[in-house]
Design a protein around this ligand. Structure first.
Ligand code: PLP
Ligand code: COI
Length: 356
């Protein structure tokens, strides 16, 4: 990749904020490149974070041909920076691109550009438990209303320092189980990281919020019976304190990098860790009987998010007395210790970015 780095105008530099929310603040620079069939990917640059000029008829505004990724850069105790399994995100970005009839990117040069961008913006990587959120995105840019795959695209990466995704921090969150609406169906685009999946979830998300819940748990679209995932994370259940279960990747669930890591960590910590269908009625009965000892979500933004209660058909199901359970706490420690470089990484999951 022929990457042009535009010098930053000192007058445009924003200070690094002290208080961190999620996704409200962005760094000074961004990466961008364009695609056209006769040129391939071109005009790769790291320049100022600035608005795009797009015509109202631009394809992405109408038919949502768009994909994105979510990753983080972590500040290590020695001051250097870690990425966590970035190769998985590059692969998933391209899987999403193929599903949405978009051009793939070169995974290696995408990662190199991303690392250069993070290195340039290294001052924005906060100390733990905060992190620098990385959002690679691709949009369709043809200036036309015909329903067909765009010929031209814009790929960009933006960065922003983040704290906890939930206002609760690492404490249990209440989750609402949608009984009427569905997020994704097998054969659809549920396993792609594309904006429409999130747009489809907003109505129920608002309903859930009005009822006092922070997230929505989605059931499968065919029977409305099997647990799939939560709005911004995959979901795990602990049976009798020792067996960790997460639903299998059926095609309508996002294959989470954190999910994959949690399955491996849990197995290596001595838990039985399996992918198994979870019947919502059996699971809720298990919560009531105490067979289900913990529930937690896992994702890049959410990390490990214990679920304190479920709401389903006007009933509440309190999990583990609304306390953080030992398995979630242990996995949170193990995972974040590797991400932040607080312990050696035996898996080769981290990519170091040395800060000069
Ligand atoms: N499921 C959905 C719908 C998500 O948006 C995310 C977040 O990216 C996840 C699961 C978890 O994926 P990952 O662990 O790769 O962040
Ligand atoms: C992530 O965890 O990176 C996500 O993309 C979740 C969400 C903010 C959409």
């Amino acid at each position: 990749m022929n990457l042009h780095i535009v010098p930053l105008d000192p007058a445009q530099q924003k200070p690094v904020p002290k208080e961190l929310g999620f996704g409200n603040v962005f760094t000074n620079r961004m990466f961008s490149q364009h695609y056209a069939p006769d040129q391939g990917w071109h005009d790769a640059k790291i320049g100022p974070y600035e608005p795009f000029l797009l015509y109202p008829a631009t394809a992405v505004f109408h038919y949502a041909q768009e994909i994105f990724e979510g990753m983080k850069a972590y500040r290590r105790p020695d001051g250097h920076i870690n990425l966590f399994r970035p190769w998985e995100n590059m692969k998933r970005f391209n899987n999403s691109a193929r599903r949405m009839a978009m051009p793939v990117i070169d995974e290696e040069s995408h990662l190199e550009a991303l690392m250069q961008l993070v290195a340039l913006e290294h001052e924005w990587v906060p100390d733990a438990p905060g992190a620098l959120y990385i959002r690679p995105t691709m949009i369709a840019t043809d200036h036309a209303l015909g329903v067909q795959a765009s010929k031209t695209y814009l790929h960009f990466i933006i960065l922003g320092p983040v704290g906890s995704y939930f206002k609760e921090g690492f404490s249990p969150v209440p989750v609402y189980i949608s009984d009427t609406y569905r997020r994704a169906v097998r054969g659809g685009v549920g396993e792609a990281k594309t904006g429409g999946n999130y747009a489809a979830s907003l109505l129920v998300g608002e309903e859930a919020k009005a009822k006092g819940y922070s997230q929505v748990l989605w059931l499968d679209a065919l029977e409305g019976r099997y647990v799939e995932e939560v709005g911004a994370m995959n979901i795990c259940f602990v049976y009798e304190g020792c067996k960790l279960v997460t639903p299998p990747l059926t095609g309508s669930i996002l294959p989470g990098v954190t999910r994959k890591s949690v399955l491996q960590l849990a197995a290596d910590l001595g838990y039985e860790a399996v992918e198994e269908p979870v019947d919502v009625h059996e699971m809720l009965a298990g919560v009531r009987s105490g067979y289900v000892t913990e529930v937690f979500g896992c994702g890049t933004a959410a990390v490990i998010a214990p679920v304190g209660k479920f709401g389903f058909r006007d009933e509440e199901y309190i999990i583990n007395d609304y306390q953080v359970g030992p398995v979630a706490a242990r996995l949170y420690q193990e995972l974040t210790n590797i991400q932040f470089g607080r312990r050696p990484d035996p898996y080769g999951w981290t990519q170091l970015i040395a800060v000069k």
